[in-house]
Design a binder for this molecule. Structure first.
Ligand SMILES: [Zn+2]
Length: 57
């Protein structure tokens, strides 16, 4: 699945087995994105929150 970086427009490749909540970073600008939704083979990313959230297991 491929989507675009909202910051720089570079393509981001997301594995087919990605899950909602998984974090990916743009290879070009290092912006971090969280998988917000996966539907019909398309992935929707949202900027990963970095404001004191605890993402520990
Ligand atoms: Zn980028």
């Amino acid at each position: 699945m491929n989507t675009d970086c909202g910051e720089c427009g570079a393509g981001i490749s997301v594995p087919e087995d990605a899950i909602v909540g998984e974090i990916f970073s743009c290879k070009d600008c290092s912006s971090e994105y969280e998988v917000a939704e996966i539907s019909n083979g398309r992935v929707l990313l949202k900027p990963a929150e970095q404001v004191g959230e605890d993402w520990g297991e």
